[in-house]
Design a binder for this molecule. Structure first.
Ligand SMILES: Cc1cc2nc3c(=O)[nH]c(=O)nc-3n(C[C@H](O)[C@H](O)[C@H](O)COP(=O)(O)OP(=O)(O)OC[C@H]3O[C@@H](n4cnc5c(N)ncnc54)[C@H](O)[C@@H]3O)c2cc1C
Length: 361
């Protein structure tokens, strides 16, 4: 196979770059290791409602994602935050009260963030996207690059003028080999970039009624006991079914070993915090991102607590002259880590390629 630009990774950054290149009329091929597109974005339907199991929010000032929603006519709405907050202390004591709802003022998309993935995918030529295809090695010794990929267990070669790795830097460091090999400092630079939220897990509990809203609660809650440590309303824009979701505070290894017990405790926690009607959710779903090796690596099992400073490490920049380019959200200097950062990274690469072409004419 041969292409001008090989994009590796079908998350938001890879898809957004594909969209830019398609609109510039450029040739590309996008490969994705998993059997689905979206990467860290995952929206699933339960009883007719769409629920985000990965990212759910964007914020004022994040103009690229707002523009994308507008382009695809996806309605935007504010995170529900009307009502009291609930706090659970380490000993299980529950208090309610007014306070600062941490996600108040953030925006969500009707139908979930997955609608962006669906809309971008639909706008692209399906012949230019190949799922179940994993990059394994990159030869950048010549003027163009040669990628070895594993397509459903079959080794394939793709030649390209450049490769854009729209995948988390740590995944690159752990799973892709380079010929000639990257020096130790560059490998370390890739390893040092934490993949934002990759070690996290979400529990979504879906109900036929918004029992918490009826009790004057916003659904926002913090717990020092767990298993969920931070809870928010995750209901659709209009109508039911309704949902709360919580970020799980249990370490990744324990989550994997004690899943059933953790889910049982999660329902008990919701009941203790929001009322007895919460005891019987219609659906109770765990999405554990730490179990997906194409996104989370062993180092990500101990997630960072504060938002790192992102941006492409300086010693990796020169590789673009050899046709090796990096473009996951973690490479974005302003909004790195966020959905907006994935769009920022894609835009930067698309602009650079367009500029490069203009200068060659
Ligand atoms: C639980 C959770 C909650 C979040 N909440 C928010 C939020 O509310 N707001 C927000 O802005 N952001 C949030 N984020 C972050 C947001 O999801 C990311 O910023 C964004 O989705 C990253 O997109 P990306 O394309 O850069 O990377 P990814 O989505 O990680 O995409 C990388 C892709 O590369 C693929 N890949 C990996 N290795 C290979 C290989 N060798 N060959 C081919 N393909 C490969 C992967 O399978 C994946 O599809 C959250 C993330 C998580 C996990």
């Amino acid at each position: 196979m041969q292409t001008d630009t090989l994009i590796v990774g079908g998350g938001l950054s890879g898809l957004a770059l594909a969209d830019h290149l398609a609109r510039q009329g450029r040739d590309f091929l996008l490969i994705e290791a998993q059997d689905r597109l979206g990467g860290r974005i995952l929206t699933k339907e339960f009883s007719g409602g769409a629920f985000d199991l990965g990212p759910a929010w964007f914020w004022p000032g994040q103009l690229r994602i707002a523009a994308l929603a507008e382009r695809f006519q996806i309605p935007v709405f504010e995170q529900f935050s009307t009502g009291d907050l609930v706090y659970q202390e380490q000993n299980g004591t529950v208090q309610r009260g007014r306070g600062y709802a941490s996600m108040e003022g953030s925006y969500r998309l009707a139908g979930g963030i997955g609608r962006l993935v669906d809309a971008l995918t639909k706008a692209l030529d399906p012949g230019m996207i190949i799922t179940n295809t994993r990059l394994t090695s990159v030869d950048h010794s010549a003027d163009n690059v040669t990628a070895q990929v594993d397509q459903n267990g079959r080794a394939q070669t793709i030649k390209a003028n450049r490769i854009v790795m729209a995948m988390p830097p740590r995944v690159i460091a752990d799973t892709v080999t380079f010929e000639p090999a990257l020096d130790a400092a560059r490998m370390q630079a890739l390893q040092n970039v934490p993949t934002w939220m990759a070690g996290q897990a979400k529990i979504v509990a879906v109900y036929d009624e918004p029992y918490w809203r009826k009790a004057g609660l916003s659904g926002d809650a913090m717990s020092q006991q767990g298993p969920m440590v931070e809870i928010h309303d995750a209901s659709p824009r209009q109508g039911g079914p309704y949902a709360l979701f919580g970020f799980v505070g249990v370490p990744a290894d324990a989550r994997a070993q004690h899943k059933d017990e953790m889910m049982r405790l999660a329902v008990m926690q919701l009941t203790a915090m929001f009322g007895p009607e919460m005891a019987d959710p219609m659906h109770l779903v765990l999405q554990d991102w730490a179990t997906i090796p194409d996104i989370a690596r062993p180092q990500d099992r101990h997630p960072v607590r504060s938002h790192p400073r992102y941006g492409l490490p300086t010693n990796l920049r020169a590789l673009s002259a050899r046709g090796v380019i990096f473009a996951s959200t973690e490479t974005a200097p302003e909004f790195g880590g966020f959905l907006e950062g994935a769009l920022e990274a894609a835009e930067h690469v698309a602009r650079t390629l367009a500029l490069h072409e203009t200068m060659q004419i």
